[in-house]
Design a protein around this ligand. Sequence first.
Ligand SMILES: C[S@@+](CC[C@H](N)C(=O)[O-])C[C@H]1O[C@@H](n2cnc3c(N)ncnc32)[C@H](O)[C@@H]1O
Length: 235
Amino acid sequence: MQNQPSPILFDQNVAAAYDEKTALWAAGRDALFSLIRLILADLSSEAQILCVGVGTGTEMIALAQAFPHCRFTAVEPAPAMLDICRQKAAEHGIASRCTFHAGYLDSLPTSAPFDAATCLLVSQFFKEAADRSHFFSQIAHRLRPGGILINSDLVLGLAPPVHQSLFEVWLRMLGGSGWSEADIEKTRAAWQLHMAALTPPDIEAIIVAGGFTTPVLFFQTLFIHAWFATRTALD
Ligand SMILES: C[S@@+](CC[C@H](N)C(=O)[O-])C[C@H]1O[C@@H](n2cnc3c(N)ncnc32)[C@H](O)[C@@H]1O
């Protein structure tokens, strides 16, 4: 499975600058989080939520503030990203409701099934469809039947003229968040090297193959698309 680049891509330098360098996406992210809160509104007040690829913890903190009795398990293979997540969880007073797992899902200790899972901007790092479906099936196996998946991805397989137009706006966003020309070139190379160029229907089929109902696309900003789906019965 193509799991290994993550700690390298998200090293200490990237982790330290991650929140600042995604600052221009913050307004879009807040809109995404508002919708996620609505999608999860029917969960029990003490629901258990799995945050896969939690990074610096932004989504977990937003959800913990919205759902003050829920508990969270943060899964993150890049130690530098998880360190920042832990620190921010402590600063926001939510750390006592969080379990932190430094690693991938396959080494997460078994627990009671989760009621929901978030997986924001993570699965695009699987280039092979079979690996990506396996990743979603690992999430499905951690959820109770009917448990909700919230997934967002960078969708890089749009028609070339659409991709190019979005990329020009994307570059302005990166420039406005303080990215240097060299950072931008590194990102362009990383997209080509580490990410699959799939369309929304491709990604939806991969999520279904992982054990979920047909995903509902509920959000798009530039390349970022987000879906929700529920876990189907497992073997
Ligand atoms: C682009 S960041 C997104 C972080 C956060 N979810 C957000 O939206 O700000 C992707 C994160 O996923 C993690 N990651 C990459 N591959 C992963 C995998 N197979 N399982 C879990 N996390 C992974 C990376 O280490 C990184 O922290």
